[in-house]
Design a binder for this molecule. Structure first.
Ligand SMILES: C[S@@+](CC[C@H](N)C(=O)[O-])C[C@H]1O[C@@H](n2cnc3c(N)ncnc32)[C@H](O)[C@@H]1O
Length: 218
């Protein structure tokens, strides 16, 4: 496996991929978290998913152990595992590859194709969770602030969605710093979503689209 695509891309974007053996070693440092279905991971320079793909594989292995015998839960928790993986990537071809690679892993695990609701719901989730943007400026490809979707699984086939601004979330630590003007504020006063949605089913998610849900391997 090549760890670079071209010398120019290395020079322009520092694009050197981490070899799989090293990824596995690094993930083992937080093994327990990688095997927790609802542990959230954000890769701010995700490339084509060298970290996110094995994280999803570990989550799906956890789904299999817990829900392998129950098809309804297996499908819903597999999607929830995907919902807990986030990435930001500057280059459009890399983010498209990353979405496709993640989709392939989920589709293979659930043995589904594009006519399945979970597949279409996953494409929608990937279009939101894997952002084409700049992790330094925290702006997406259109220049808008990057949004992070907090997904929750409420059980019985229903998911919760709340959207937050990444720059606000990452600023949380400084809000609480000693001497900060905001140090006295409660968490709820800062940790306010930009949008909250009513509970959604697989069907609702599968019927949803965004302007950026291309590249998911359809
Ligand atoms: C060193 S590669 C690492 C890719 C992957 N994380 C890995 O370890 O294999 C860095 C990636 O970050 C992307 N990148 C560089 N600057 C970025 C930025 N400001 N925001 C988001 N992605 C960026 C590059 O396009 C490239 O795909």
């Amino acid at each position: 496996m090549s760890l670079i695509k071209s010398k120019k891309r290395v020079a322009d974007h520092g694009e050197v991929f981490t070899p799989p053996w090293l990824v596995e070693k690094m993930l083992d440092l937080v093994k327990g978290e990688t095997e927790r279905i609802d542990a959230r991971f954000l890769e701010p320079a995700c490339g084509s998913g060298n970290f996110l793909v094995p994280i999803l594989q570990r989550k799906l292995a956890a789904v299999e152990i817990k829900y392998g015998k129950f098809n309804f839960e297996r499908r819903h928790y597999a999607l929830f595992g995907l919902m807990c993986c986030y990435g930001i990537e500057l280059l459009p071809d890399n983010i498209a590859e990353c979405r496709a690679n993640m989709m392939e892993v989920l589709a293979e695990y659930l043995n589904i194709t594009s006519d399945d609701e979970v597949y279409r719901a996953a494409l929608f989730v990937l279009s939101l969770n894997l952002v084409h943007g700049d992790a330094m400026t925290m702006r997406d490809g259109t220049g808008a602030p990057i949004s992070v979707v907090e997904w929750g699984y409420l059980g019985k086939g229903r998911y919760q969605r709340r959207d937050f601004r990444l720059d606000v979330l990452t600023g949380m630590a400084s809000f609480h710093a000693e001497g900060s003007l905001f140090a006295g504020l409660g968490r709820h006063e800062i940790f306010t979503p930009t949008s909250s949605y009513p509970p959604m089913t697989l069907h609702d998610l599968a019927d949803s689209t965004t302007s950026d849900d291309s590249g998911g391997g359809r």
